[in-house]
Design a protein around this ligand. Structure first.
Ligand code: F3S
Length: 388
């Protein structure tokens, strides 16, 4: 692998043991995947931030490191809203350990924004190389923005943040970004919102596995693309997808998909993802809400009072910039929490069943929180949450 003089210096230990070890990790991964060179990254997003997922040994490893991030780097959602964990009913022992994890990352120069939507906070442009690790963020970066990132593990994203580079393989290369399967959506999508696109992603992920899908027959907006990609990354292992005439690489490259395996997707298959089980709570914001989604929630909640616990998750940056909307939502009794989400926080474990408007949450809540999950449109979620 080609390395420059700076890399050689770091590998010789001249910038400390942590940076040496981190670059060794980046280079070793690159060699495994046949990378010929390293590539500078514009930003990093580091998973492995919730104490629920990394536990005591993860924390000890973080504490053993001694270096600072050299590119903008943020964290994935953690197990609680940092300033409001008591209100969330989080166990004090968990909160204390979670705070130690956050402090360890802060010492490493990671910005304490804990979100799966870094693209709302950091300018991320077409063609940027990144080292992001949360699967929906990776999908959005690759597919909707046209940036380039593999799905990094927590340690490799952290390593990239500390050395400012990642190995150039996989989705960093044009040749690995071409469509591998076509999904022809034969449904009336005119009135589809985020939940329907989440349900499509939930279904499509199971059909395509880890192949790169090329959708025809849909015209999703950015929040709908976010929902589609997040769900496909949950039920499949899709880190990049294309939508005919919509996503940037599909428009730029005008891929010739004739001769590629094509699967029709009927409207009834998407309808079947929606069920009608009774629920104890409603959770929105998987992935974290955009400003437009917060506005829509505020509009639907106007003049109402919540009857069931209604959790909404967004990044602190988006919450701060939309404080009026957040205030109006919270006046109804709903809660808008930053830093965490319905999957990585233990908060949802107290409910036997949860309603969501996200295909990803539909897939993950049963596995990660133990309860049942049901998907509904945003309007249905608000109606259920406010029904006495
Ligand atoms: Fe984000 Fe949590 Fe969903 S990390 S994509 S809100 S499971």
């Amino acid at each position: 692998m080609m390395l420059d003089a700076d890399d050689e210096r770091i590998l010789a230990g001249e910038e400390g043991e942590t940076r040496q070890k981190m670059l060794e990790l980046v280079v070793a991964l690159g060699k495994v995947f046949g990378a010929e060179r390293l590539v500078p990254i514009r930003s990093a997003q580091v998973s492995g931030a919730s104490y629920k997922t990394i536990g005591r040994y993860g924390l000890e490893w973080l504490d053993s490191l001694d270096a600072k991030a050299v590119v903008p780097a943020i964290l994935n959602p953690i197990g609680m809203a940092r300033g409001r964990w008591e209100e969330m009913g989080i166990d004090p022992a968990f909160a204390q350990n979670q705070e130690k994890v956050v402090t360890a990352y802060e010492r490493l120069g990671i910005t304490l924004e804990c979100t799966c939507t870094p693209y709302y906070l950091y300018e991320t442009r077409y063609g940027d190389h990144l080292a992001w690790s949360e699967s929906s963020a990776v999908s959005y970066a690759n597919s909707v923005i046209g940036a380039r990132t593999n799905r990094e593990g927590g340690p490799s994203a952290l390593a990239a943040a500390l050395v400012g580079k990642t190995a150039c393989y996989g989705l960093h290369l044009d040749k690995n970004r071409v469509p591998q399967i076509v999904l022809d959506v034969r449904a009336d999508t005119k009135d589809w919102g985020v939940a329907e696109y989440g349900a499509l992603g939930y279904h499509a992920g199971k059909l395509v596995g880890n192949r790169i899908p090329y959708f025809r027959g849909i015209r999703p907006e950015p929040d709908q693309l976010k929902a589609l990609g997040a769900a496909m990354a949950a039920t499949g292992a899709v880190a990049l997808y294309h939508v005919d005439g919509v996503t940037p690489d599909a428009q730029k490259h005008r891929y010739d998909v004739s001769g590629i395996e094509t699967i029709p997707v009927e409207g009834a298959e998407i309808e079947a993802v929606f069920t009608d089980i009774p629920v104890d709570a409603v959770a929105l914001g998987c992935p974290h809400c955009s400003p437009a989604e917060l506005a829509e929630i505020a509009k639907l909640l106007a003049g109402k009072v919540v009857a069931k616990p209604l959790y909404i998750f967004a990044s602190q940056g988006v919450i701060d910039k939309n404080s009026r909307l957040v205030d109006s939502i919270e006046k109804t009794g709903a809660r808008v929490f930053a830093d965490t989400c319905m999957v990585v926080s233990p908060v949802m474990e107290q409910y036997a069943s949860v309603m969501v408007n996200s295909g990803k949450a539909l897939a993950y809540v049963p596995n990660m929180c133990g309860g049942k999950a049901r998907i509904g449109t945003l309007a249905d979620c608000i109606a259920v949450a406010t029904e006495f």
